[in-house]
Write a new protein. Structure first.
Length: 483
């Protein structure tokens, strides 16, 4: 195993470990809070947080990705990055204070004023900390995120028990941001200074990327505002929980890997042949994780939601059955973004994001207005099909990866997932209803997960052997197992 591969595997281990621990804490908090707070509380904070995200996104200047892609360690570069981040945070906070009187809900206005502190804190973070990520050293990031999450969850749950109010969610966000700032300097000592000496160096990469962020925020973060406006705050809470739970199966498997892919792809530099091979293999890896996770969760959603969140959240089950398989399919090409960024095609990325926004936003408004929450979710799926096409087009444009090559990479996980779904669905249909009723409530979903996972794993392995053991996740797992 080469040194770069070893660093990648070690970095992946750290990222997955801290990500899963962080999400476990989030899940525990979500289960507890779902029983302490009402959907209206979640909806109120979700809408206010969307306002905050949009305002912060409109002032976006993503210096972190520019620092990761750059191999320059000049102090002036990091001082400039810190200065720009602070200015961005202050600008976002002022804008949030300016928007607050116009939101039409006194409670939401107060929440927005308090949340204005978050972008200021985020802007004060240590810019030098990003060098750990650039060098695939994720142990420090694990310490920062897990410690901040423990503090945040502790504060949120303690307040929720005491006050039974949406303010517990708000203060928890503040605690997470504050802990992140303090820990970034404790783990990587650095004394920043005000400087704008390297603005041009950062702007050359971050300019189009910032515009992309603006378009993406307007397209993806306005959804809760639209739902709250068209169908009410309570339904906005149900929609928030649908998204929060719906991304759990795929996001927690893939986001750590996606985070590593950008610095790993960037390290390949101009070696297009190696980058193309790595990108193609990552499609197979992502599909092998996202497809069984997305479709599998849809199979157990009806049992999982009442068990984990309680009966009041049962209306989100049919929404999850539609959303999670789509997220599994969409995630197979989620390596496109880090690949395009590593090659520096930020202007092309902006154009694709703008085109997608022009399709997604009107479709989401129309679907929500006409059909409520089901229309909102189905509009996401329909627009997402177009988004997948755009990702495939990007891969062909920047690396010459054709749709035929994409299909070749996903055929094994797709076939294994289809057999998994058929087996689990057939198992549920053959077991008598009275036998199911006699089982402990948590046992049957566990049985479905074990059976589905075994069918998927065995099918993938058999197909891989029959195809001559090609490169892919099976080959990587076999290589690690042999070592």
């Amino acid at each position: 195993m080469s040194g770069s591969t070893r660093r990648f595997v070690l970095g992946a281990g750290w990222v997955y470990a801290h990500r899963w621990l962080e999400r476990l804490l989030d899940f525990v908090a979500l289960v507890v809070l779902a029983r302490l707070l009402a959907p209206d509380d979640f909806g109120l904070v979700a809408i206010a947080a969307s306002f905050a995200t949009i305002v912060e996104g409109l002032s976006a200047f993503d210096v972190d990705k520019a620092l990761i892609r750059s191999r320059d360690d000049d102090r002036a570069l990091f001082d400039t990055a810190w200065t720009l981040s602070v200015l961005r945070g202050l600008l976002a906070a002022l804008a949030m204070w300016g928007v607050a009187p116009w939101v039409g809900d006194a409670r939401m206005a107060d929440v927005l004023r308090v949340l204005a502190v978050v972008p200021i804190l985020n802007g004060l973070r240590n810019p030098r900390f990003v060098t750990f990520e650039r060098n695939l050293v994720y142990s420090k990031l694990a310490v920062l995120t897990v410690t901040a999450k423990v503090l945040s969850v502790g504060v949120t749950l303690a307040l929720a028990v005491v006050v039974r109010s949406y303010w517990a969610l708000v203060v928890g966000q503040l605690a997470y941001a504050l802990a992140g700032v303090v820990l970034s300097y404790l783990l990587r000592p650095y004394r920043p200074a005000v400087s704008l000496a390297r603005v041009s160096a950062l702007a050359s990469f971050s300019g189009w990327l910032s515009l992309t962020s603006v378009v993406t925020v307007l397209s993806m973060e306005t959804d809760k505002l639209i739902v709250g406006w068209l169908v009410g705050v309570t339904d906005a809470g149900l929609y928030f929980m649908t998204q929060r739970v719906g991304v759990l199966p795929t996001q927690e498997l893939l986001s750590p890997l996606q985070r590593i892919l950008f610095p790993a792809f960037s390290a390949l530099g101009s070696d297009t042949v190696r980058l193309r091979r790595a990108a193609a293999e990552s499609i197979s890896v992502l599909a092998s994780l996202s497809l069984p996770a997305g479709f599998g969760f849809a199979l157990v959603a009806a049992d999982f939601v009442p068990l984990a969140l309680g009966e009041p959240w049962a209306p989100i089950v049919p929404l999850l059955v539609v959303l999670t398989p789509y997220l599994g399919l969409r995630s197979t090409l989620s390596m496109t973004l880090p690949c395009v960024l590593a090659l520096g095609h930020t202007r092309l990325l902006f154009g694709v994001s703008a085109i997608y926004a022009l399709v997604h936003v009107p479709l989401f408004v129309a679907g929500t207005a006409l059909f409520g929450l089901p229309g909102a979710v189905w509009s996401i799926v329909l627009a997402g099909i177009f988004y997948t096409y755009l990702n495939a087009w990007l891969l062909r444009r920047v690396l010459g990866i054709s749709p035929v090559e994409i299909a070749r990479q996903v055929r094994r996980p797709l076939a294994a997932t289809a057999l998994m779904v058929g087996t689990v669905a057939g198992l549920g249909a053959t077991v008598p209803a009275d036998a199911l009723a006699a089982l402990p409530r948590a046992l049957w979903p566990a049985v479905e997960v074990v059976v589905g996972g075994a069918v998927f794993g065995c099918t993938s392995y058999v197909m891989w052997r029959l195809e001559g053991r090609p490169a892919g996740i099976e080959w990587r797992v076999a290589q690690l197992w042999s070592r």
